[in-house]
Design a protein around this ligand. Structure first.
Ligand code: SAJ
Length: 401
């Protein structure tokens, strides 16, 4: 039996996937409300294919509880925040989960950490817990997740994976468990290499998004069309530039690269600058709003609306979202908060929030497309009489960042 600890964005789909592929699974989370929701037959976030997977797993007998189980295999997928000041990873949730596992784990159990941690964290922060508790019999493994919100179920099935273990026998054992559902290649390596690959993958993307964002700023400065330039450059066989945007959100690409900056401040220069470039984008969009208002002789900020609150399209995850960053930046200027609408966010989370596209559009003359949800792509005709700042190049004739 596998006990999956932490039933969030990664733990829940992983637990469901294992269960629906014949592995006996118990999911554990300290949040009793979340566990109650799952036990009531409901999923806790929206994701393509998740509800179907949930049904399959329930049929297969998955259980949800707040208790840690006595079993031979644990998978820990709890969040790893970073300290905003030092930029270092804060492994407190992982350490707490490991301590709880050690209280119940039988001799020689396998303890897989899926949570993203900076290279060396398992050696520096997790192994000492095992030593302190006299549990060096426990087999530590790192199997970082790679799935992208919006396409999680497909990617769980098809992505290649990495497993870091102290010895090949344990690595191969864990590989077998993941191979129950994973059709991709599963590479077995050592723990520190596995930790590093995960952070490097997200850093690669962060640096490349920063490059696109920097190009957008350069092109804005001299009134060039960044999208046309990127389109043409990408016709070169060895060039593949990503898309500029209003900023980088989510709990991965906007966070993980800071682990390297925090640990290697004098070496991680390109990464540091890239992260600052991405972090500066929401404020850049705010300036664009002011400039366009000036150009259009518009004066009423209350007639400006932000479309989208989530960190990217077609997900309901708002963590580190560029819209929230923009509103924070606007609050520093003491202005009344802009109007906001997102079809994926039903609860009121910010001031001046709307829950209906028509009402939102009636209330504004200037729409800033922060997130390219399918909904807005399908309703482009409703924007014809609006001034539009399109941060994603989806609306013909609109202003760009
Ligand atoms: N973004 C851009 N321009 C682009 C692509 C993305 O501005 O060309 C923005 C998005 O709008 C969003 C942010 O970047 O705000 C991140 O979005 P994303 O879709 O690139 O990635 P995430 O954060 O949803 O998921 C990433 C993935 N990592 C990589 O692609 C290397 C995923 O595979 C990881 O599993 C996930 O991080 C994670 O959990 O670490």
């Amino acid at each position: 039996m596998v006990n999956v600890i932490g039933l969030g964005y990664i733990g829940l789909p992983t637990a469901l996937m294992l269960s629906s592929h014949g592995v006996e699974v118990v999911g554990t989370d300290y949040n009793s409300e979340l566990v109650a929701t799952l036990n009531a037959g409901k999923t806790t976030f929206k994701e393509d294919g998740l509800d179907g997977l949930f049904e399959d797993a329930v049929k297969a007998g998955i259980k949800f509880t707040t208790d840690y189980q006595v079993t031979d295999t644990y998978i820990v997928s709890v969040p790893t925040p970073y300290d905003k000041f030092s930029k270092k990873v804060d492994a407190c949730f992982v350490v707490a989960a490991v301590e709880n596992v050690l209280r119940v784990a039988p001799k020689d159990a396998i303890l897989v950490i899926e949570s993203t941690v900076s290279p060396g964290t398992i050696e520096k922060s997790i192994r000492p817990v095992l030593k302190r508790e006299s549990r060096i019999d426990i087999n530590l493994v790192h199997a970082p997740e790679r799935i992208i919100p919006g396409n999680m179920v497909y990617e769980l099935l098809h992505n290649n994976r990495t497993i870091g273990a102290d010895n090949t026998a344990i690595g191969e054992k864990v590989k077998k468990i993941y191979a129950s559902f994973c059709q991709g290649e599963i590479v077995v390596t050592d723990i520190k290499t596995a930790e590093m690959t995960k952070v490097v993958e997200n850093t690669f993307r962060a640096v490349n998004i920063a490059f696109a964002n920097e190009l957008a700023k350069i092109c804005r400065h001299d009134n060039m069309d960044v999208y046309e330039i990127i389109r043409i450059c990408n016709m070169h066989p060895r060039v593949n530039i990503l898309q500029p945007g209003p900023g980088v959100g989510g709990h991965c690409i906007s966070v993980d690269p800071w682990f390297l900056v925090g640990d290697y401040p004098s070496l991680a220069k390109v990464i540091d600058e890239s992260m600052k470039t991405n972090d500066a984008m929401p404020a850049f969009v705010l300036h664009r709003i002011y400039d366009i208002m000036k150009e259009k002789d518009m004066h009423d900020l209350s007639r400006v609306g932000l479309y989208g609150l989530t960190y990217k399209e077609n997900v309901d995850d708002m963590r580190e979202s560029p819209t929230l960053q923009l509103l924070e930046s606007q609050a520093k200027h003491l202005g009344d908060p802009l109007k906001v609408y997102d079809p994926f966010i039903n609860k009121d989370v910010v001031a001046n929030q709307y829950h209906n596209l028509g009402e939102f559009l009636d209330a504004v003359d200037f729409v800033v497309v922060m997130v390219k949800h399918n909904e807005i792509k399908e309703n482009i005709d409703k924007l014809t009489d609006k001034v539009v700042l399109d941060c994603h190049n989806i609306i013909p004739g609109a202003y760009h960042i």
